[in-house]
Design a protein around this ligand. Structure first.
Ligand code: CMP
Length: 509
């Protein structure tokens, strides 16, 4: 540390090298380099001033001595900072050791203290007397800063024991949930889903029981959620649970973990022996803790559509007074109204255009209303067919799964349309999977009812065979990646082949 310019050159080289390494390493934490550069600038100024006053001679020599001490102190601080950067920001960064920030700050602070003591000792200061006098001052300061120190110690503990990390979702004792944004020396910053920010003193954070959401054994895991609904006692709990489970598990829902599977339980029979309905709960595991409400909503949509399809109404509040007109006229009016809705939907479907009014009315008597929510599987490739689907509202996507398990989009159907005819008309399993794009409403025609219509009206079977052949060719074209010419040729051969098989199946020859 001797010589007029001390360690100016080696330290400037060290800073340039460190800066170059930072520039070449994306993601390295470079915020501490700025402090080094500032220290270096002060150090250079102190040396320059010291040399200037020494040069000016004896009248200024009393100024050059303290400047020399200042330059020496700055030099030591700079060396400590550079060593800390090399160790923490470069070596540990490359070794991928994710140390808490506080370890860096504590190490640098301790090194500053030791270096300060050493420099004072070299300058002839009696450290023992300073320690003795400062004990009283320390006690006074300690008492007045008790709360702050509590928070600082809390911050230290939180950072060192890693029980809560930045990015964790936590629930405080007052049931407020939020994501830990930062753990600072004095307080922690927590962001809630309502876009509010909580500043919680660290001592308070440590003094309460904190729930770390979606974490087990220190690793992230989905968080269990509950969605409640009620159905009255006319419906068997087993049936309700089965229907809801099938709907929840048939197709993925955004942000719901595939495992453990979402499922329904009978949560309670009438609460307080008061209600006239049973309480059910769906439990699912949420993968993105930020979107709890939207995911709850998607799950409720699934439950609602599944129950509606099964004609199971949600329970009415217990306090409702049931006033129903059970007279035969009322029942007939209700039946006629529902029949009218179904008939209206059937009238829009070209497939049944050839049916007489009486035949269509009969069909409206036997079809069943079947709503689906977005993403639900309406029919699954390879399964046995029981229904023909008349799409009366919304859009559905036809998808094909190849031999290697890859999924391809075949077509999109928009209401009014129909699907599920292939398997019913050929007796083969479902050729493709049909999925609701948004909210979809269908009428289901039972296999026997449909086959009865075809037997009575062979011309419908014939018309359908053309559509069916077209769809089949599109399906094969997607499966085998056929070009336009090959598709056309296939259309000629496939059309007649399919017609043959339909006629065989229904004995229409
Ligand atoms: P099915 O095989 O019973 O079940 C899946 C249904 O997807 C199928 O009947 C058709 O109704 C429908 N489908 C298959 N391919 C197409 C296509 N290319 N265009 C429109 N609908 C199709």
């Amino acid at each position: 540390m001797n010589g007029p310019f001390r360690l100016l050159l080696p330290l400037s080289i060290a800073i340039v090298v460190v800066a170059a390494i930072f520039r070449a390493t994306p993601g390295a934490p470079r915020r501490r380099l700025r402090r080094c550069v500032l220290l270096f600038a002060s150090y250079a100024v102190a040396i320059a001033a010291e040399q200037l006053f020494a040069f000016l001679g004896s009248p200024f020599s009393s100024t050059s001595v303290p400047l020399g001490y200042a330059a020496q102190a700055l030099e030591v601080l700079l060396i400590i900072d550079l060593a800390a950067i090399a160790l923490f920001d470069l070596l540990f960064h490359f070794a991928r050791w994710d140390y808490p920030d506080i370890v860096h700050e504590l190490s640098v602070g301790a090194a500053y203290l030791v270096a300060g003591g050493y420099l004072m000792h070299r300058a002839g200061v009696n450290l023992t007397s300073i320690v003795a006098t400062s004990a009283v001052v320390t006690a006074v300061i300690g008492l007045s800063l008790q709360a702050t120190l509590g928070n600082v110690v809390g911050g230290l503990a939180l950072q060192l024991d890693n029980s809560i990390r930045e990015g964790d979702w936590i629930e405080l004792e007052n049931n407020v949930q939020g994501r830990v944004r930062q753990i600072r020396w004095r307080h922690s910053v927590i962001e809630t889903r309502d876009w509010d920010t909580l500043i919680v003193p660290n001592s308070q954070l440590l003094a309460q029981t904190i729930k770390v959401l979606g974490k087990r054994d220190g690793a992230n895991s989905p968080h269990r959620m509950w969605v409640f609904f009620s159905v009255d006692f006319r419906f068997q709990p087993g049936q309700v649970i089965h229907i809801v489970n099938e709907a929840l598990q048939a197709a993925p829902i955004a942000n719901v973990a595939p495992e453990p599977k979402a499922h329904c339980i009978l949560h309670d029979l009438a609460k307080d022996h008061r209600d006239s309905f049973a309480y059910y709960a769906v439990r699912y595991w949420l993968t993105d803790l930020a979107s709890d409400d939207p995911t709850n909503s998607l799950v409720r949509e699934r439950i609602y559509a599944a129950l509606k399809r099964a004609q199971i109404p949600l329970a009415l509040p217990a306090a409702t007074v049931f006033l129903s007109q059970d007279d035969p006229e009322h029942a007939e009016r209700k039946r006629a109204r529902e029949h009218g809705v179904r008939l209206g939907a059937l009238q829009n479907v070209e497939l049944f255009a050839q049916l007489s009014d009486e035949e269509r009315s009969k069909l409206a008597d036997v079809v069943r209303f079947a709503p689906f929510s977005a993403g639900e599987v309406i029919t699954r490739q390879g399964s046995t067919a029981h229904w023909l689907y008349v799409l009366t509202k919304g859009q559905a996507e036809v998808r094909l799964t190849g031999a290697a398990g890859e999924e391809k989009r075949v077509a999109e159907l928009s209401a009014p349309s129909f699907f599920g005819e292939m398997a019913l008309m050929t007796g083969a399993p479902r050729e493709a999977t049909v999925i609701a794009v948004g909210d979809v409403e269908c009428l289901r025609v039972d296999k026997d009812d449909f086959q009865e219509i075809l037997a009575r009206r062979p011309e419908i079977a014939k018309d359908m065979s053309t559509i069916l052949a077209q769809r089949r060719v599109e399906l094969v074209a997607v499966r085998d990646n056929l070009d336009a010419d090959a598709k056309k040729r296939k259309m000629v051969t496939e059309g007649s082949k399919i017609l043959e098989s339909i006629r065989d199946f229904f004995g229409l020859r």
